[in-house]
Design a protein around this ligand. Structure first.
Ligand SMILES: Cc1cc2nc3c(=O)[nH]c(=O)nc-3n(C[C@H](O)[C@H](O)[C@H](O)COP(=O)(O)O)c2cc1C
Length: 291
């Protein structure tokens, strides 16, 4: 392991380690306005949904590393404490990157980056028409610490494109195509091909309660142990004996008897394949054949 004390390295260098590790981060495309009515639009990946009741988002238009000055987004929020957070899809990524360039204060990045400004209903900054989720927010708190400028904002009105919805009016995650920021110039794309599901855990037996030969298996991975540890109880002797008579186990027993392969390895390998297709009970019934 490379161990770093940030105070010895310097925050600008440490930043590279942090942004490549605390990643991928969602991107808030923040629309703000100054008291003269000039609109600003900039992306921020130090951003997330933080509170549920009431709904709170947080993002950080931090001071510029170069000269410690405030970003236009922060200056606007100091004057008009409102923001529209627009979420960013893959189709928008080159334009949001363009909007992140250091245009002069007062320059409207909707125009520079080619986005359409849509009037908001409850706040003064406009929304980004091209964004499928637009959150109208009131700023509730600003916390400054060193170069950090952390904005906490309450979502008071949210707009979701019908294109994201399933038949029940819920967002179908497979219909979204969000982008996220990582270190340096890296981005990630969370579309259907990158998504997978993990079932909500129950209070399972846990890895510590497994027979040692399974816990220390050279074939099963940490993910496999996580799946196996999520069961509430192990199958009983009757179930295990009944499973021994299935064709798949009979085949493995025969292979071990007449081949030169070691039975526990064959069983662990078979269980590993069952876990890939989420057959956790069958995996346990397989593993317990020799225990
Ligand atoms: C995807 C992306 C994410 C960014 N995230 C942040 C961030 O979280 N905080 C920040 O201070 N700057 C961030 N930046 C840089 C700002 O967008 C950039 O400094 C911009 O010029 C600020 O605009 P403003 O001065 O008009 O507010 C990010 C840039 C990009 C492209």
């Amino acid at each position: 392991m490379k161990t770093i004390d940030p105070s010895e390295m310097g925050s600008r260098v440490f930043y590279k380690y942090m942004t490549a590790s605390v990643a991928p981060r969602p991107v808030a495309f923040a629309s703000t306005i100054d008291k003269a009515g000039n609109v600003n639009l900039s992306p921020f990946s130090f951003f997330n949904y933080m509170g549920i009741d009431p709904p709170i988002v947080a993002f950080a238009p931090n001071r510029r590393g170069r000269d410690n000055t405030h970003k236009h987004t922060a200056l606007n929020i100091f004057e008009v404490p409102e923001v529209v957070i627009n979420l960013v899809t893959y189709d928008m990524v080159q334009q949001i990157s363009l909007a992140s360039a250091e245009f002069e204060r007062g320059i409207n990045e909707f125009e520079k980056a080619g986005f359409t400004a849509l009037p908001s209903e409850r706040v003064k900054p406009p929304r980004v028409k091209e964004s499928p989720v637009q959150l109208e927010c009131k700023v509730i708190e600003i916390k400054e610490h060193g170069s950090m400028v952390l904005i906490l904002a309450e979502v008071i009105l949210a707009h979701f494109s019908e294109d994201l919805m399933d038949a029940n009016g819920q967002i179908d995650q497979r219909r979204t195509d969000w982008i996220a920021r990582l270190g340096n110039d890296w981005y990630a794309r969370a579309n259907e091909s990158a998504l997978f599901e993990v079932a909500r855990p129950q209070i399972g037996i846990g890895v510590d309660a497994m027979p040692e030969c399974i816990r220390n298996s050279k074939i099963l991975s940490g993910n496999n142990l996580g799946q196996l540890g999520s069961v509430v109880s192990l199958p009983d002797r009757v179930e295990i004996s009944a499973f021994a008579k299935t064709a798949e186990i009979a085949k493995i027993l025969e292979q071990a008897r007449y081949g030169c392969e070691y039975l526990p390895d064959l069983l662990h390998e078979h269980a590993r394949k069952l876990l890939i297709i989420n057959k956790v009970k069958e995996a346990w019934l397989t593993l317990l054949q020799t225990v």
